[in-house]
Design a protein around this ligand. Structure first.
Ligand code: AMP
Length: 498
């Protein structure tokens, strides 16, 4: 067909193998009167060399990523990409048995492309110009990332004192065996996978993310799913991973995305109210994230913010007992970086009751919750009925902004004597706590007038409000101050939720 070819870049990795094979097959490597100019130059040089070549002969390149148009102004053109990794240390035998993608616009060009591939000892197939990126991505994953995998696997062997090169026959064996999947994930042996992760976290933590991504992809091939406590660190009784930055949390969540994610926003100082929410989230979601952030924007009063109880280590330990996977404990600067000026205001619901006594409170709540939802992108977000107006604000925000999250609201947890659990209860003296009991008793009447009377009769309490609020469900809500501590509580007026 074609008898004289000029190979540009004959000294390169592909060019030298191609030239040698063409010479073996009796094709003339003619610099002066070629019928085909074959560009074996780096991708970025193709356009320039093509433009600098006088029109006349056929023009072709051997790149997998480069579109045909790069060969402008030549119109008699095609591409023939040998799907092989070439080394200058080896000769034309590298071509034997490899495939070649031929891209062409005419039958004649395709015939030339197929002829060239077959002459070189390659197995041609047709590739359209538009599908090039996908084809080339596949080629890069198979060849380049194999190097990355070998490097990662080699460092694990080296950490064990074993020779990394011992992996090479193993890797070839997998190919020779037709890529049959064996090993712990194929067997569903999660204990072994767990042991892998433990040693990786200890000795080569930079490989954890890669291992997990590959484990999940491999589990999918095996028709299995990694248990969520394998993906997380240890499961119930273990310690959750504490993320301090938005980036860290996003990275951790990225490889847990295949399952559901539950988020519980808290300000810490956990009590049984928080723990009941966490247990439900643990039962309902593959991954549970708890945020731990005392949000300054929801405290109008600096002194109140300063007094708010903080107990970080205990909180992380309690979360670990329940099997929380990730604790997000950012700094104030992380959540409110310099220049922060975007606020969410749920105008009506956020301005009555609590909003009246704590101006700006719900603006702070809605803003931080929206930010947490945007960072964690949970399937479900958990709130306590204890803060009924907060639930109403969040429900409205989710609806108004069409947020893609399921709102889960769980009943108020109380002490045996009826006092609603609250982190602020820790600030009460024994005597103040005794005085505070009247709030839950008053609200339990479910009658605003009766409740106000009961509260008026008791000493040492300042009542901010006792009102029926038209929430979903409607509640009788109240707020009182006992000494320096402000307490809120409510009872739903429908259904039998406490
Ligand atoms: P906080 O840490 O006070 O912001 O509370 C975090 C979450 O726990 C909020 O959704 C609260 O409504 C919820 N919560 C607080 N106290 C209780 C309680 N006694 N019972 C149920 N949920 C609660």
């Amino acid at each position: 067909m074609i008898e004289r070819i000029r190979v540009v870049g004959a000294g390169g990795r592909v060019g030298s193998a191609v030239s040698a094979r063409l010479a073996e097959r009796g094709v003339l490597l003619d610099r002066d009167k070629p019928e085909l100019v074959l560009l074996c130059v780096p991708d970025r040089a193709i356009a320039e060399v093509a433009r600098g070549t006088a029109p006349g002969p056929w023009m072709a390149h051997v790149s997998g990523a480069t579109p045909l148009a790069t060969l402008e102004p030549h119109q008699r053109r095609f591409a023939m990409h040998p799907l092989q990794s070439f080394s200058k240390a080896r000769g034309p035998e590298q071509l034997d048995g490899a495939w070649a993608a031929v891209t062409s616009e005419t039958d004649e060009a395709r015939a030339h492309g197929f002829w060239l591939a077959e002459t070189l000892g390659l197995r041609p197939f047709i590739l359209s110009d538009e599908s090039r990126a996908s084809y080339h991505a596949g080629a890069a994953v198979a060849s380049n990332y194999l190097v990355t995998l070998r490097r990662a696997a080699g460092s694990l062997l080296a950490a064990a004192g074993a020779p990394p090169e011992a992996l090479d026959p193993l890797m070839r064996g997998v190919i020779d065996n037709g890529f049959e999947l064996t090993g712990p994930i194929a067997r569903g042996d999660w204990e072994t996978v767990e042991r892998h992760l433990t040693t990786i976290r200890e000795h080569l933590p930079e490989l954890e993310e890669l291992y997990l991504v590959l484990a999940e992809a491999t589990a999918t091939i095996a028709g299995r799913k990694l248990p969520s406590d394998t993906v997380s660190q240890g499961g119930p009784g273990g310690s959750p991973k504490v993320c301090r930055t938005i980036h860290e949390l996003r990275v951790e969540l990225d490889h847990r995305r295949s399952g559901s994610v539950g988020l519980l926003p808290t300000m810490g100082s956990l009590h049984e109210g928080h723990l009941s929410l966490l247990r439900t989230a643990r039962a309902e979601c593959d991954t549970v994230v708890m945020s731990l952030f005392v949000n300054p924007a929801q405290f109008a009063d600096r002194a109140d913010l300063g007094r708010y109880p903080r107990n970080h280590e205990r909180d992380v330990a309690l979360a670990g007992e329940i099997g929380v996977d990730l604790v997000f404990a950012p700094s104030v600067d992380e959540m409110y970086p310099e220049g922060f000026q975007t606020w969410v205001d749920v105008t009506e619901i956020g301005s009555s009751l609590e909003g009246e006594f704590r101006p700006g409170h719900f603006r702070g709540v809605a803003t931080i919750v929206l930010k947490l939802l945007s960072i964690a992108r949970p399937t479900r977000v958990y709130f306590g009925q204890k803060d009924a107006q907060q639930v109403e604000v969040i429900r409205r925000m989710i609806r108004d902004l069409a947020l893609d999250v399921e709102l889960r609201v769980l009943p108020t947890v109380r002490d045996a004597d009826g006092l609603a659990l609250s982190s602020r209860n820790a600030l009460l003296s024994a005597e103040e706590r005794q005085r505070a009991l009247v709030l839950s008793r008053a609200l339990a009447t479910r009658d605003p007038a009766a409740a106000r009377n009961l509260l008026a009769e008791s000493n040492g309490l300042t009542v901010d409000y006792v009102e029926i609020a038209d929430f979903d469900p409607p509640v009788l809500a109240g707020a009182v101050r006992v000494g320096d501590t402000r307490l809120i509580d409510n009872v739903p007026l429908e259904g039998d939720t406490p």
